[in-house]
Design a protein around this ligand. Structure first.
Ligand SMILES: Cc1cc2nc3c(=O)[nH]c(=O)nc-3n(C[C@H](O)[C@H](O)[C@H](O)COP(=O)(O)OP(=O)(O)OC[C@H]3O[C@@H](n4cnc5c(N)ncnc54)[C@H](O)[C@@H]3O)c2cc1C
Length: 461
């Protein structure tokens, strides 16, 4: 595919279809040229802000006829080059579609526009004693989170976007508007188009509205921290806790380097050892029972004293620190960027997978740290790279690819939550085979025959 640059007339035509200002201003193009990954930026030819499903439909119908690539842009926090407009065209900015349309406390549902961010949604829901559970750390948009199939620290208890998106309004490449799913707890009506679009990374349709599942804010929340002499002890303890069936709301692993970075970034003084952060949700009595059960179990894995808090400000501080891990790694290496990897394995393979990853990375010269949603068998490495040195980036890509191939050989997946983007195209084929990719390609071709939606992501044209 060749890069597409818009003519002045095409920019004018698009301006006639939307209420916001279509921009070709360099700083706006720059802002839409990259995500939070270390992928080299590529500028779109124009940025088109949209304010309604109708505007999205008009813009897509036009781009489809004129062969203009369209890359949806939410908050730009994705980590595999997802929003980089590799072939130019337009960056379709959905961040202005930020209305919370309808909260239905009796149904535990909310209907939102795609540009609403998860933090803004939770501020609004708190007044009804409700919350939306999927928590990827970054303040991403709900459209972007659905498009990447996002998950996060609370997935072990409440599920990921795949379980929590009930229905969608989406616009196909030719401008056709479709409604998928219903606000019902059960549904067996034909092909599951909702889950086809969730995780499709803006390659099949543009999501404009979502109906999401909500939960009541638990009566009691408490957090705990436990340290381990080795990385393996910590990971083995986490998997034993999951197998035991004890109810945990969060269980996150951070290696000693992560803790060191956080101490510097958040001015904390945690012992610099492999650490598990836990959270428990429920009734005051239930939370204490769950925490005690975990406390007993970790003694078999050389865990330190169980530091426990039900103090709300302490609990918030701990999880804010966990969410700062990415920025703490960046801050520890000024001028550098992090390559954030993402893999998941069956629980029985987690200890071996993390040990293999650590040994492999330790053989190379790049600083790194390991952390993860270990109760889901999902973990990340933050590898530090110099953005001014493309050779270094290629070297890291090869190391990560080698680790990913081992993960796949162990029965794992190349991505538990970040998605394929431009970075895991080969890994996807290794994981599901050429036949599986051919089915995905056939679906893409039937919904987007001119290949205008986020070309160069998930698989090549
Ligand atoms: C510090 C940090 C921590 C993170 N932790 C996690 C984590 O724990 N779990 C996790 O899952 N992710 C994590 N991420 C990655 C990121 O937050 C998620 O991928 C998020 O879901 C992206 O949302 P966004 O709004 O930023 O989307 P963008 O980055 O803007 O877009 C992501 C993809 O979705 C497409 N897209 C965006 N909006 C739409 C739409 N309305 N319709 C169709 N396609 C659309 C884009 O074209 C692109 O392909 C983290 C990122 C950072 C920076």
């Amino acid at each position: 595919m060749k890069r597409v640059d818009l003519s002045a007339e095409q920019v004018r035509d698009l301006q006639g279809m939307v209420s916001g200002k279509v921009s070709t201003n360099e700083s706006v193009l720059d802002q839409h040229s990259h995500d939070e990954s270390a992928f080299p930026p590529v500028k779109p030819s124009a940025v088109v802000p949209v304010a309604s499903t109708l505007e999205v439909s008009r813009v897509l119908a036009y781009c489809n006829v004129h062969g203009i690539p369209v890359v949806a842009y939410g908050a730009g926090t994705s980590l595999e080059g997802h929003v980089v407009p590799l072939y130019g065209g337009i960056s379709l900015d959905l961040s202005g579609m930020n209305k919370i349309l309808e909260v239905s406390p009796d149904d535990l549902l909310v209907r939102v526009e795609a540009g609403v961010t998860r933090m803004a949604l939770n501020v609004k829901l708190a007044s009804d004693g409700l919350f939306f559970s999927v928590d990827p750390g970054a303040d991403a948009t709900l459209g972007g989170m659905a498009a990447t199939g996002a998950a996060g620290t609370t997935t072990v208890r409440y599920g990921s976007m795949r379980e929590n998106v009930m229905a969608l309004t989406a616009v196909l490449a030719d401008g056709t508007v479709i409604a998928t799913g219903r606000g019902t707890r059960k549904l067996s009506a034909g092909y599951d188009l909702t889950r086809l679009i969730v995780g499709s990374e803006g390659t099949l349709a543009i999501i404009t509205e979502l109906t999401l599942r909500l939960f009541g804010i638990p009566e009691k929340m408490a957090a705990a921290v436990v340290r381990f002499p080795t990385l393996n002890d910590g990971v083995a303890a986490a998997t034993a806790i999951v197998r035991s069936g004890i109810s945990i709301a969060r269980c996150e692993f951070l290696d000693a380097q992560c803790i060191r970075n956080l101490n510097a970034y958040d001015k904390m003084s945690m012992p610099e050892e492999p650490t598990l952060f836990f959270e428990f949700h429920g009734s005051p009595k239930g939370v204490i029972e769950d925490a005690n059960a975990v406390k007993e179990l970790i003694e078999d894995f050389n865990g330190s004293a169980f530091e426990w808090t039900s103090e709300e400000s302490e609990r918030r501080k701990l999880w804010q620190a966990r969410h700062n891990a990415h920025w703490a790694a960046v801050a520890a290496h000024p001028g550098m960027r992090t390559v954030s990897t993402d893999m998941a394995v069956p629980l029985s393979k987690l200890s071996a997978a993390v040990a293999m990853t650590q040994e492999t990375l330790a053989r190379h010269r790049f600083p790194f740290s390991i952390l993860g949603h270990v109760a889901d068998g999902n973990y990340h490495c933050q590898i530090i790279t110099d953005p001014a040195n493309p050779t270094e980036r290629d070297e890291i890509r090869e190391i990560v690819h080698a680790i990913t191939m081992e993960i796949i050989a162990m029965g794992g997946t190349c991505t538990g939550e970040h998605g394929i983007g431009a970075g895991k195209i080969e890994a996807l084929e290794a994981e599901i085979g050429t036949e599986g990719v051919a089915v995905m390609r056939a679906i893409k071709k039937s919904l987007d025959p001119h290949w205008i939606l986020n070309p160069g992501k998930i698989f090549l044209a």
